[in-house]
Design a binder for this molecule. Structure first.
Ligand code: FES
Ligand code: FE2
Length: 356
């Protein structure tokens, strides 16, 4: 699991007047809205005695801890401690980590990491969103699988004819028929392009947890574009929540939306058992564990990117995290940590740089 990417935390409709608790990166987060509806994301562990802030309530645009009533603003700073005199100074370390939030496509995304704004990646853009001539639908569902295996499944074109026989792409990946297969590198990811007689395909990843597959069909009645976007929340090392968007510019209308959702739920049900059973649980970073072929080049490119982010110190060391035991909590570093060392909780342990 990696810090410093935008993580889909909840559907906007799930976050109303009441704070909610969301699990990501083996940690918990408290999401709440202020009186203007602006969403905030805080580390969920109260700095006083470890209560869950998300079980508290919103008071004067702050999140009030349910245990002793300390109040934290959207920046994570404690603004009120009921047991100290009103003119007494609140300790500087009375604060919890607060993470940048963007609400887009009906989803609340949080940037779980400490990069300053100018260095952060963007969200993967759904350029068809709200565009004339396009319909979009979405699905949210859990998988019991590691983030890396889930993203790689979205990058894997050639499983389609075997795992999804109803997609009608049997024989499409015959090397005799494949044209123009090539890898394109982007600043925050990689794209693989290929063309078959039936379909033009672009698939790629943006950062560690955003992925797309674009299909341009060229099959008689079936001409048009189908675009699939996947934003993945790693709950922990072995489970994710997937936020999936589909956009298409053919067979428009609400009735067809329902059909599309049904079809895509069927694809999800076909993929899930295959991916959940894969081993090792996380994708191997070094050569030798798998026999990859040229059509798997995009997988290697994704793994190279993961290695780079790991070398940046962005990969959570899950073994150390869990070995720390039951008397210790950690937190994902937030941007404010860069300006100050006055914090109570330690940040999550990171993998050694340069290793596999
Ligand atoms: S544990 Fe939160 S105020 Fe005491
Ligand atoms: Fe699939």
């Amino acid at each position: 699991m990696y810090i410093n990417f935008w993580i889909p935390m909840a559907l906007a409709s799930e976050l109303e007047d009441t704070p909610i608790r969301v699990a990501a990166l083996s940690q918990e987060f408290a999401l709440f809205r202020n009186s203007e509806g602006k969403a905030f994301c805080l580390a969920d562990v109260c700095v006083h005695r470890g209560s869950s802030l998300s079980a508290g309530k919103v008071k004067s645009d702050c999140l009030q801890c349910p245990y002793h009533g300390w109040e934290f603003d959207g920046e994570g700073n404690c603004t009120h401690i009921p047991t100290i005199a009103s003119d007494a100074k609140i300790p500087g370390r009375a604060r919890v980590d607060s993470y940048p939030v963007i609400e887009r496509y009906g989803v609340v995304f949080a940037f779980l990491g400490d990069l300053p704004e100018e260095e952060r990646p963007d969200l993967l853009e759904i350029s068809e969103w709200d565009q004339e001539g396009w319909s979009t639908t979405h699905l949210v569902y859990p998988w019991q699988a590691n983030l890396e295996r889930v993203v790689e499944n979205g990058l894997d074109a050639t499983h389609t004819e075997f795992v999804h026989p109803s997609a009608g792409l049997q024989g499409s990946f015959d090397p005799e028929k494949l044209e123009d297969a090539r890898l394109v590198e982007h600043p925050w990811g990689n794209e693989y392009l290929m063309s078959t007689p039936a379909v033009e395909i672009s698939h790629g990843h943006y950062g560690a947890n955003h992925q797309w597959t674009f299909l341009g069909f060229k099959m008689g009645d079936m001409t048009g574009h189908f675009r699939f976007y996947s934003f993945v929340r790693p709950v922990d090392e072995n489970s994710v929540i997937r936020y999936i968007f589909h956009a298409r510019n053919f067979q428009l209308g609400e009735k067809m939306d329902k059909e599309m959702l049904k079809t895509n739920l069927g694809f999800e049900a076909e993929d899930r058992p295959v991916i959940e059973a894969m081993r090792p649980l996380e994708s191997p970073l070094g050569p030798g564990e798998e026999l990859l072929l040229p059509e798997d080049e995009i997988m290697l490119a994704y793994r190279r990117s993961l290695k780079k982010w790991r070398d940046n110190g962005w990969h959570i060391d899950s073994e150390k995290l869990h070995d720390a035991g039951r008397r210790c909590t950690f937190t994902i570093p937030s941007p404010a940590r860069r300006g100050s060392s006055a914090w109570i909780r330690n940040t999550v342990p990171m993998s050694a740089m340069g290793g596999d």
